[in-house]
Ligand binder design. Structure first.
Ligand code: UDX
Ligand code: UDX
Length: 472
């Protein structure tokens, strides 16, 4: 085997594990993906791709059966691997803590299989000290200290752009407390850090290149664990901050887009993650903010700032719901069109999606919903089954048909290019309430809409009156 090619096992074939595995194969390694979900492994073996993620089908098709295999057998995969990346779920526990029971179970099973020096790498987002627990579990199962190390290599990929984020990262963080582990981790990422990968004619393109390769940051294991939690908490704080400012904008009649642009032009603040809306969702920010707060509590510190971040985020959904009420007055029997179910555009993931909570609130009030999402309808139907009050439709215009109002709840790119004239004709009343600020209010006014968004002055159709629509 080529000396630069490492034998890697990735445990957990979810949004993070599967992308990481496909990308490790793409940069030349031999990868085995392990998952305890038989159906998921069967799908992957048969050539299916269980999640919606750009570039993932292409990478899996390219490497399946030569550089990447799928199995449920953790024991044999762990025996062969030089590095085992753990990317199983770390859901939120009852008190806000991260539930690490999957990581614990996987660590015990790995311990039973280790025969040669192996680095166990945390890829899941985990609280600081998890590496020490994994080390203890493995040692407790009788593995000699010189046969293994535990390292932390957090993943910063965003769903929807995960492959490009992985192969063209702002930085790779590797946290290891031994030179031997660090050397292996450096080798894993060498094609990206040396720039070699970007020279390939069929490399996935992105911001990095052979002359501007991905930087690697080497830290202690604990620092790496903290970098991940602190980064996610900081980004969530940025979103809640801008949402709070958006609410002030609404109260005083200013435009949050102008304010965010002015703030973001300061290089110390930066323009990204300053989009106001219905708040953050997804499998990471909500659980990681809670888990990081819990970590602080465990070491005797009040990180109340994070509690406020959570509160603003949840209030944002309720405010949006009130905004819908202010436009519709009563709910019972109203037909509402919904564009977007996923927690953000570009993914089929609905975990902690603000869209679902808003839909459930509306249904509880007696609304009938017609929803469209380019990728997340199947998953949503498992949570909110189709019935007389919940209809899944096949295009955005169908969602608008005869609706009393149309809501935009996810920032899918394709929603930005809708034919606004056609949409107008489909709606019973030309009212759009946009939770993601994807349209220009002036353009909406020209098309004759009543258009409400977040942190921007409302556009009111001449037939409506301002007072009725005033947001309380
Ligand atoms: C991951 C990380 O685990 C989480 O900490 C991080 O914050 C976000 O990314 P994600 O990839 O989104 O989570 O989770 P999911 O899509 O649920 O995938 C986890 C996979 O692990 C599933 O396919 C599940 O079947 C598998 N799994 C779980 C195992 O193989 N073994 C287990 O014991 C538990
Ligand atoms: C996040 C982190 O960005 C990533 O680094 C980490 O590895 C996993 O968690 P992800 O959850 O995939 O990634 O999505 P992200 O793009 O960060 O968006 C999270 C949520 O915040 C979404 O609901 C999104 O709509 C919302 N968001 C994001 C805003 O409301 N405003 C913004 O400006 C940015």
């Amino acid at each position: 085997m080529d000396n630069s090619r490492l034998s890697i096992a990735v445990v957990g074939s979810g949004y993070v594990g599967l992308v990481a595995a496909a990308c490790f194969a793409e940069i030349g390694h031999q990868v085995t993906c392990i998952d305890n979900d038989d159906a998921k492994v069967a799908t992957l073996q048969a050539g299916g791709v269980p999640i919606h993620e750009d570039y993932l089908p292409r990478l899996l098709a390219k490497h399946r059966n030569h550089q990447i295999q799928f199995t449920t057998d953790l024991g044999s995969a762990a025996r062969e691997a030089q590095l085992i990346f753990v990317a199983v779920g770390t859901p939120q526990g009852k008190t806000g803590n991260a539930d690490l029971s999957y990581v614990d179970a996987v660590a015990s099973e790995i311990a039973r299989s280790i025969r040669q020096y192996t680095v166990i790498v945390e890829k899941s987002t985990v609280p600081v000290y998890t590496n020490e627990w994994i080390r203890r579990v493995i040692a407790r199962n009788g593995v000699a200290a010189e046969l293994f190390d535990v390292a932390s290599n957090p993943e910063f990929l965003r769903e929807g752009t995960a492959v490009v984020d992985f192969l063209h990262a702002d930085r790779i963080v590797v946290g290891a407390d031994s030179e031997q582990a660090l050397a292996l981790l450096r080798k894993v990422y060498e094609p990206l850090t040396s720039g070699e990968y970007y020279k390939a004619a069929d490399a996935v393109r992105g911001p990095r290149s052979a002359t501007s390769p991905t930087p690697i940051l080497e830290t202690s294991t604990k620092a790496a664990e903290l970098i991940k939690h602190a980064s996610n908490a900081f980004l969530a704080m940025k979103i809640s901050f801008i949402n709070a400012v958006a609410n002030i904008c609404e109260a005083v009649g200013a435009d949050i887009e102008q304010v965010a642009q002015g703030m973001g032009s300061d290089s110390r603040i930066g323009p990204r993650f300053l989009n106001a809306g219905i708040g953050y969702g997804g499998s990471c920010f909500p659980k990681d903010v809670a888990a990081f707060r819990y970590v602080a509590e465990q070491v005797g510190l009040d990180f109340n700032l994070l509690g406020e971040v959570e509160k603003i985020n949840l209030d944002q959904r309720v405010r949006f719901f009130q905004k819908i009420r202010s436009a519709l007055w009563t709910f019972r029997g109203k037909r509402i069109g919904v564009l977007g179910l996923a927690f953000k555009g570009g993914t089929d993931d609905i975990r902690e999606s603000p869209a679902l909570e808003i839909i459930q609130l509306l249904m509880h009030e007696g609304c009938r919903i017609a929803a469209y999402d380019p990728a997340a309808m199947e998953r949503t139907a498992e949570v909110i089954p189709a019935d007389d009050n919940m209809q899944y439709v096949h295009d955005p215009y169908e969602a608008a048909r005869d609706a009393d109002a149309l809501l935009i709840l996810t920032d899918w790119e394709e929603f930005r290019d809708l034919d606004l004239g056609r949409l107008h004709d489909m709606l019973r009343y030309p009212i759009i309430i946009d939770g993601r600020n994807i349209y220009d209010p002036a353009r909406m006014a020209k098309h004759g809409y009543t258009y409400l968004s977040v942190g921007r002055p409302a556009t009111i159709h001449p037939r409506e009156t301002l007072s009725e629509l005033k947001i309380s």
